[in-house]
Design a protein around this ligand. Structure first.
Ligand code: PMP
Length: 458
């Protein structure tokens, strides 16, 4: 019988032997000590149950310890743990064929990695070798990884270190139709819209032109005439579920390609049906990237990542030798393969769409009721609730207030996430097995937490 270590002992070891950052980011004032998980549920060491709406940041895609995926892992563990890819083994091929089938032509060549940062690192290298150019553009506020190269793509001060990193990386303005200066209500692709915040007539929004103007300014002032590429998430993750005006990615891809660059969709959070309407987030923007990077939900929490690209780009990259000891590990491939089967059998994309739309619609009603909810946005089960001091100023709700609501929600049995550059956005990205009843439970809890906060402070 497995027994957890005592909480005190774990904290002592954490202080002495663990990355000090793990103390700093202990999300809650009273930490959650996890014992085990099953589907959308987590249990702590005292036997308290939590509804997990954060899923390790959109990572547990089909459910904690999903029985089918666990069985596939166990089966492979008894057969073969590891072999380098210089030997041919079935799980890798079964998986890559299945994954390729989910993507449109010409995205058919797959490189398996062990994390999202590693996937973005590799994509950046490939973009540079293929184009012969160096400079890369991302959106301000985005997160693309913590390795020295990807730290340059990342544009969020909390994750930056003062070292030479990410040479040749540039950021353009984040097209945020809620907090940005140009409004843009009703021109993003979500079942709920922002509170109307611009004067242009319905259906003729000009915010996109302004943000594209900013990108043109980066081209004119900050980069050589030829660039290597552009990285963008279909919906920002860590950045706080920011959605762009319609056509923003389409117009950006066109301009980037005109300058010799390739376009990379970072689907680390938005992939695998999370946005509900499509299996891949980019499909909601009517674009086809030159490369897609993925991780997190790919293997339901088992460490894995991937870059998918075109035969043409792969050919440019094939001139050198690329080797990755663990990328394509048989256990990871067996798990990821089972995850794809499970997504189909359990209808997770449909669940994302249905439960996600329900959550968004109900949260938008709460936005209209509470002065401190500024914006509700997202698609499927990639949801952001941006908290403000008041609706008129749209200034971020300060961290202490965020914490209070966050802690209260946890104490009532629901785990959610925080994000946005100022930590002002609650993030909801549960395992894609949640039900409408779970959504109702969360809505009641969140409503209660907001009510408590308002009672105490207003
Ligand atoms: N891209 C995005 C969009 C992410 O959210 C993350 C992780 N938060 C990464 C890349 C990096 O992934 P990893 O932590 O697996 O390196």
């Amino acid at each position: 019988e497995y027994k957890d270590m005592s909480k005190e002992r774990m904290m002592e070891i954490r202080r002495q032997n663990c990355n000090p950052m793990t103390m700093k980011v202990t999300y809650y004032k009273k930490p959650v000590y996890i014992h085990q998980g099953h589907m959308q549920w987590l249990w702590d060491v005292d036997g308290r149950r939590y509804l997990d709406l954060f899923a390790g940041v959109a990572t547990v895609s089909v459910g904690h310890c999903h029985p089918k995926v666990t069985a596939a892992a166990e089966k492979q563990l008894r057969k073969l743990w590891h072999t380098t890819n210089i030997y041919v083994h079935s799980p890798l091929h079964e998986y890559t064929e299945k994954l390729a089938a989910t993507l449109p032509d010409p995205l058919k060549v797959i490189y398996l990695t062990n994390s999202g940062s590693e996937a973005n690192d590799l994509a950046m290298l490939m973009a540079r070798l293929h184009t012969g150019n160096f400079d890369v553009i991302t959106l301000r506020g985005s997160y693309h990884g913590g390795s020295p190269h990807t730290m340059g793509l990342t544009s969020n001060a909390a994750y930056k270190y003062p070292v030479a990193s990410g040479l040749g990386c540039h950021n353009t303005m984040c097209p945020d139709v809620f907090a940005g200066p140009w409004g843009g209500s009703n021109c993003r692709d979500s079942p709920v819209q922002t509170i109307r915040n611009c004067s242009c007539p319905q259906g003729s929004c000009t915010a996109n032109d302004k943000y594209i103007g900013q990108l043109n300014e980066v081209f004119a002032t900050s980069v050589p005439s030829r660039i290597a590429g552009f990285f963008g998430e279909p919906i920002m993750g860590v950045g706080g579920a920011v959605q762009y005006p319609k056509n923003f990615l389409k117009d950006t891809y066109k301009l980037v390609r005109e300058r010799g660059g390739v376009c990379i969709a970072d689907e680390v959070q938005t992939g695998f049906g999370r946005t509900g309407s499509h299996f891949w987030g980019f499909q909601g923007h009517e674009v086809i990237p030159d490369m897609v990077t993925m991780a997190k939900g790919i293997a339901n929490g088992f460490p894995m990542g991937a870059v998918v690209t075109t035969p043409e780009i792969a050919a440019s990259f094939g001139k050198g030798v690329h080797f990755n000891t663990f990328g394509g590990n048989p256990v990871a491939c067996a798990i990821a393969s089972s995850v794809l089967d499970t997504m189909e059998e359990d209808g997770t994309q449909q669940i994302s769409h249905d439960v996600g739309t329900y959550l968004l619609t109900e949260l938008a009603k709460m936005r209209d009721k509470y002065e401190i909810i500024g914006d509700v946005r997202g698609k499927g089960l990639q949801i952001g609730v941006e908290m403000v001091k008041d609706k008129a100023s749209r200034k971020p709700l300060p961290p202490a207030a965020m914490s209070e609501i966050f802690e209260d929600t946890k104490d009532m049995g629901v785990l959610i996430g925080k994000g946005g550059v100022y930590g002002q956005t609650f993030r909801i990205k549960p395992p894609m097995c949640i039900t409408r009843d779970d959504a109702d439970f969360f809505l009641a809890v969140f409503n209660h937490a907001l009510h408590n906060y308002m009672e105490d402070h207003h």
